[in-house]
Design a binder for this molecule. Structure first.
Ligand SMILES: [Fe+2]
Ligand SMILES: [Fe+2]
Length: 369
């Protein structure tokens, strides 16, 4: 009799962690390869790598450079939750297998689940196994236990910019909220828990804030209007659904600072799903999570979003993934969603630039659970 999928999952899991248990700490980050080995042994379909897509697009004269992203791993300490550790290991493996190697990796925030020092250290240790240079961004789950103290000790500044091959790239901290903890004398953990919910009436809406907008204005003052600009933010820099904090309260003010530039792309985490939008000159792309996919918000979904189907609940990797971004010579980007257990989906600059008139991404053909 054919085994059901859950039984298969349990057997894979046992085989995998049996191997992990025999590894030392130094070897632990190499263990993601065992996921693939386990899949071969059990006859499961291997999750695809970036390779086939890279080959198809490798000769594009439009491509300037490529970078990879990993986001929203929500790590608990390994003793509490091994599954999310396994997912980030899989993403690290994906990126290290990319050929040619990406110029760099952007980590999109929410590395930790509850901002615990052990969660952040574990994430830092795993990300050290990435071969390309890695740029880090902060998410609210990393921040609200100690207001970013441990994160900054591990990774440095939370707000910075850099230039790469003629493109100006900016990393923001878009999870700043007004103080809701001092008045009611909340403990650090209560402050963290208020922000860690999806539906967080106890927290506050995300902002970039006055001080950071001033910093951004000064940073952009040095950049010519025809220089392509890519901004990384954890929350979307537009407004989808306030009740879930799929929202940045001062988004319009940030967009106004970006309006003078010919080509602007915002790449964000937090929403854990395929999400695309265009507002004027700004193209927006959401990143996938390695931990879980959120459902789509009941309101505010941008019309250019090509939805991913709901995930198979018996496939721990379904609906999750990582991805790559091809920065084109014109400045905007083609975004590739590397959905584990599914075909990759490419959302192109041409699709967003034409307001959906051309180059529409292929619709998913898998079952919608
Ligand atoms: Fe997240
Ligand atoms: Fe988040």
């Amino acid at each position: 009799m054919k085994k059901d999928r859950y039984q298969q999952y349990l057997e894979d899991r046992e085989a995998y962690f049996g191997r992990v248990a025999r590894l030392g700490r130094r070897d632990f980050v190499k263990a993601a390869g065992l996921v693939a080995a386990g899949a071969v042994a059990t006859g499961k379909v291997l999750p695809h790598s970036f390779q086939p897509v890279d080959v198809v697009h490798a000769d594009s004269p439009e491509k300037s450079f490529r970078f990879a992203y990993i986001s929203d791993s929500h790590l608990y300490e390994k003793s509490l939750n091994e599954r999310f550790v396994r997912s980030i290991l899989k993403a690290v493996d994906d990126v290290n297998a990319m050929s040619p190697a990406p110029d760099f990796v952007l980590y999109g925030g929410d590395l930790a689940q509850l901002g615990q020092p052990g969660e952040l250290s574990e994430g830092a240790q795993i990300l050290k196994a990435l071969k390309p240079k890695t740029y880090m961004m902060v998410g609210e789950h990393d921040w609200y236990l100690d207001m970013g103290e441990k994160w900054r000790a591990l990774f440095g500044k939370d707000i910075y910019s850099f230039d790469h091959k003629g493109v100006h790239l900016v990393v923001l901290n878009s999870v700043i909220v007004e103080d809701y903890w001092t008045g009611p004398k909340l403990s650090p953990m209560d402050r963290m828990l208020a922000m860690a919910q999806l539906d967080n009436p106890n927290g506050r809406p995300f902002t970039v804030g006055d001080a950071q907008r001033d910093w951004l204005k000064n940073d952009l003052a040095k950049v010519k209007p025809d220089t392509p600009v890519i901004v990384f933010s954890h929350s979307p820099l537009y407004k989808i659904y306030k009740k879930w904090n799929f929202w940045t309260d001062d988004a319009e003010q940030v967009q106004a600072l970006l309006a003078p530039f010919k080509s602007v792309t915002v790449i964000h985490g937090h929403t854990h799903q395929m999400l695309s939008n265009r507002i004027g000159n700004i193209h927006f792309h959401g990143m996938l999570s390695t931990a879980w996919p959120w459902p789509y918000a009941p309101q505010g979904l941008p019309k250019l979003t090509v939805r991913m189907n709901r995930a198979d609940p018996f496939d721990e990797f379904d609906g999750c993934g990582d991805g790559a971004v091809d920065v084109l010579k014109g400045g905007h980007v083609d975004k590739e969603y590397n959905l584990w257990s599914r075909n990759p989906v490419r959302v192109s600059a041409a699709y967003l630039g034409s307001d959906g008139g051309s180059d529409r991404p292929a619709t998913e053909t898998n079952v919608n659970y």
